[in-house]
Design a protein around this ligand. Structure first.
Ligand SMILES: Nc1nc2c(c(=O)[nH]1)N[C@H]1C(S)=C(S)[C@@H](COP(=O)(O)OP(=O)(O)OC[C@H]3O[C@@H](n4cnc5c(N)ncnc54)[C@H](O)[C@@H]3O)O[C@H]1N2
Ligand code: MOO
Length: 424
């Protein structure tokens, strides 16, 4: 990158430097995309666009939770090893069907776990506490109270209960709950379509053999696309563009038309070949929300809105790009998917003990890569030092620790919050 502009023009500067907290605040204010309907089978990882209430109770019939005998609890009161209760066995409950006969005083029906409690019965005696007397009678050697070993109607989910709230990111167990209450489809927020563009005359595809001097293989589109998918976004166009203003403008124009979010990497800084700002100036109505964020690495970050569309400019250095994505772009994608606390910097964090000192200087918040390891049950974070141009530092790291702007380093042994690169 050239450091100075040609001619007598002044050195360009970052136009609108924001703190990390200010960026997160902006992201939090973005409205979610519109809702769409998906099948429950496809709903894991999606975010609910409406509250879900149970249209029926679960279970909708009283169910045995143990193998044994359905009884009237009072018939077993006082029963023991020395004085068992004697009950006539009137039949067997078949799985998936109502019992054919009711349990009357002095009788019992064999029942499997999950079987429907017959009329008249109010408890289940576990088979372990019974003895067959003959083909038609048992002895009960332990009493049961009404409701023992039975799941009553609505015990799991009550009729009309609000089971899941709008803004909930559905997990596998939530999908199970939706299935249990008989939902086939749910309304969820649409996933953002994301275009990924990397700029630079030096960037060549990874499959390039005999790498010419001055060229490097594309890293960022690979990292960013993987992170977009992890964050629930849909990856659209992936493109590497030369350092050419007109070409970048054309690619951005197409990308903005067909996607909700465009993530550029490289070209965000203030060198004369850093075109993102100039491209934005060519789009009427574009609103520059941030040019520069007070963190290191990651300062040359751009956030702009163009109507409904969002454009992120990430620094070209791979470590800076990944850190900025994790800290800001991922919350943005989650927010567009309707996640309520998407702007929360604390998502997906671990507490760990710092293994070594981290030096730091005043002026900007330092985002220091760390690798986590488990030392006899204690989680420790080891700083991974190295320039932000080094992809190997990212591969070694699990996340980053933030040394705030006005703190001069952190000492070994300090309990720190590690922000993980992986999605929550
Ligand atoms: N005068 C100043 N110069 C620089 C500043 C500054 O504040 N004042 N900031 C430095 C910092 S910090 C960074 S980070 C870089 C970021 O610059 P850009 O975002 O404009 O990115 P580029 O200059 O295009 O690229 C930087 C670096 O990253 C490599 N790169 C770019 N794309 C990829 C890719 N897809 N895969 C792998 N590597 C990529 C590129 O080759 C450059 O080496 O600016 C500093 N300069
Ligand atoms: O801040 Mo740059 O983003 O150091 O690498």
């Amino acid at each position: 990158m050239q450091l100075l502009s040609e001619g007598d023009e002044p050195v360009p500067e970052f136009l609108k430097v924001k703190t990390a907290e200010e960026i997160v605040e902006m992201v939090r204010s973005f409205a979610p995309l519109e809702a769409e309907i998906v099948s429950v089978q496809e709903a894991s990882g999606r975010v609910l666009a409406e509250d879900v209430t149970a249209p029926e109770p679960v279970p909708h019939f009283a169910r045995a939770t143990m193998d044994g005998y359905a009884v009237r609890a009072r018939d077993t009161f006082g029963a023991g090893e020395s004085l068992p209760a004697l009950l006539e066995v009137i039949g067997e409950v078949a799985m998936g069907r109502p019992a054919e006969t009711a349990v009357r005083p002095g009788t019992a029906a064999a029942i499997p776990t999950g079987g429907m409690l017959p009329d008249g019965a109010d408890a289940v005696v576990m088979v372990e506490y019974t003895q067959p007397l003959d083909a038609h009678a048992i002895e009960v050697t332990r009493p049961v109270a009404p409701g023992d070993n039975v799941l009553q109607v609505g015990d799991d989910v009550a009729l009309g209960e609000k089971v899941l709230e709008r803004g909930r990111k559905l997990r596998p167990q939530d999908v199970g709950l939706l299935a249990a209450i008989g939902m086939e489809e749910v309304r969820v927020f649409r996933r953002p379509r994301v275009a990924i563009i990397s700029t630079g005359d030096e960037i060549v595809p990874p499959e390039t053999r005999d790498l010419p001097p001055g060229k490097i293989r594309d890293i960022n589109t690979y990292v960013v696309a993987s992170q977009v998918r992890e964050a629930g976004g849909r990856v659209g166009t992936i493109q590497v563009v030369a350092d050419d203003l007109d070409e970048l403008e054309a690619v951005c124009r197409e990308a903005l038309a067909a996607h909700d979010v465009v993530v550029l990497s490289g070209g965000s800084s203030v060198g004369i070949r850093d075109f993102t700002i100039q491209v934005l100036e060519r789009f009427p109505g574009s609103e520059l929300l941030a040019h520069g964020v007070a963190i290191r690495p990651g300062k040359p970050t751009i956030l702009a809105r163009l109507g409904e569309k969002i454009l992120w400019g990430l620094p070209g250095q791979p470590a800076s790009a990944m850190i900025v994505f994790t800290a800001f772009v991922r919350p943005c994608l989650l927010r567009l998917q309707g996640v309520e606390n998407a702007g929360n910097l604390e998502t997906n964090v671990r507490q760990a003990e710092l293994a070594r000192n981290i030096p730091s200087v005043h002026g900007r918040a330092d985002y220091v890569r760390v690798s986590l390891s488990n030392d006899k049950g204690r989680l420790t974070a080891d700083p991974v030092f190295g320039k932000s141009a080094m992809i190997s530092t990212l591969s070694k790291a699990d996340g980053y620790v933030i040394v705030p702007e006005h703190v001069e380093g952190l000492e070994a042994g300090t309990l720190v919050t590690v922000h993980l690169f992986s999605s929550p």
